[in-house]
Ligand binder design. Sequence first.
Ligand code: F6R
Length: 652
Amino acid sequence: MCGIVGYTGTHSVAEILTEGLARLEYRGYDSSGVALEHANGSGLDVVRRVGKVSELVDELQNKRLLGAAAGTGEGAAAAGDAKAATCSTCGIGHTRWATHGRPTEENAHPHTSCDGRIAIVHNGIIENFAELREELEGRGHVFKSDTDTEVIAHLVEEAYLGRCANDAAATDAEAPARAAGTHDLVAALRLACERVTGAYGIAAVCEDEPGVIAVARKDSPIVVGTCERGSYVASDAIAIMDATRDVVVLEDGQFARLTPEGIEFTDASGAVIQPEMTHIDWDMDAAEKSGYPDFMLKEIYEQPRVVRDTLTGRLAGGALAIDELGLTLEELNLIDRVYVIACGTSYHAGLIAKNLVEAWARIPCEVEAASEFRYRDPIITPSTLVVAVSQSGETADTLAAIRDARIKGAKVFGITNVVGSPVARESDGVIYTKANKEIAVASTKSFIGQVVSLTLLAMLLAQVKGRLRQAQVRLLFRELGDTAEQIQRIFDTQEPAIHEAALACEHASSALFVGRGMGAAISYEGALKLKEISYLHAEAYAAGEMKHGPIALITPGFPVIAVATKSPTYDKLVSNLKECEARGATIIAIATEGDEDIRAIADHVIYVPPVRDAMSPITATVPLQLLAREVALLRGCDVDRPRNLAKSVTVE
Ligand code: F6R
């Protein structure tokens, strides 16, 4: 949820770190900080600021630790171009999403040891930090923050020195073995990691070992890479891919020692290992706005491409081809229950899948928040298929639910956007959604990729079960592909209608989203998108539920946003809307092109092309994304970085 970047080499590190942090800011942005080795290797400068990375850049400039080029250069790894004669060339940086402790300067990373000679940055969560802190304080360590992370700095210090730097009395006579200390940063980090329970990606520097960065990983992504300029570490390749596209994605329990000359890898026992390289093949465009005012709009506009790319190669010789399934067709045929487990937007993709799997394959399908699933005792047998949906592929609750499901004997199938992510690695099979890097915190294009992938999976299950003939599968596949153009048509024609509808919501204090069947599932996603980026309270209801309570909320002008596309329950929905209209609601309808009747009850109509009900989640969600963005902009919100949220939720 937070971001790490580090560099040691021949170039000025401050530029490299701040550029890298700016790229990682989508992951967390409460505060940020850097630890820079002094140019002469005699100490560390630790600078931290609350707020966005731009605040940190200003502070570094004020302190003359950063040149004028910072924050405006071409990219993290290419930044710092002027060879560094007098500036720091080794350091670590962090952008934080607060878990333990408020977003203050004291709680921002890097955190330092008692004497300030060791600095660390950390992603993840240290579950036993309270016990460790008490123990360390008992031995004289003085804590400066409320974070769980700080215990690591003190543990590393103790392992490095053999004692607490504050405690000159802890002499060799008291504890000769420990008092010796490792005087080796990686070895000290390894000892510290042995003491902690939880998840971590860590980078550490120590003023006694100039030019060295020690790195550790468990359940929190870390990539490292090297080129002629030096060695890099980051929690996401996006921060370093300007420098190198050949990276090592550390596995749990692996450590790395970065120096300007290269990287040495070791395992938990300290033995030297040679991990495999991964080549990053996605385009840097994904990390740039490419002329759009914000990432969210850019990513919404990429959705026709996402549909096409996710479908590419999926129909071979007239039959569906999902080779990465990890299950044979015979095994698939035995599946008699499906669980979709996911969080947030991905959970809403699951609600859509439930409709499709049950309608087409006639297999019972339950959708469950991964955070609940992991603590229940769901009925799982070897013929249960668990489908884990996660854009980031690293959501802590989804991962824990996958592990639990596998222990209980289920086959687990992952749907994720991130190649090699923990969800991909821990599932029996995987479909990649081909959305490419998603930077805006609110998921848009990855949702569409998930819905397309889940639609394919439902078709496959139905085909294997003999519920859909090949000709039907081919027809559905073609219609699924047609949604790419249909989305484009929405972009081309509906902008004015969406803007008008947004004006009707701008000053509201709450909004209701309603629909029936697929429309209800789409409504949940519409409401989440609106509330998370515009801070306008919104709830979604199956429209038939309105009269059982929510209708009490309706007063004149109250916005009711209805997914009113042509479907088997269209007439029922219209009746529900009439009840809202009678109470003065302002009705915004997402309706099918050609439906003029809806204008009789709707104040605003946004049209989507006619599609079969099964494909409506793809077309009807798009205007809801645009509506949410428009309302957020009218209300002066940062659509890419809504408050309190982070792009990937790696803590429980
Ligand atoms: C909302 C949003 C979140 C995520 C949720 C799960 O726009 O993005 O609700 O969908 O945090 O994340 P992933 O899909 O990465 O598991």
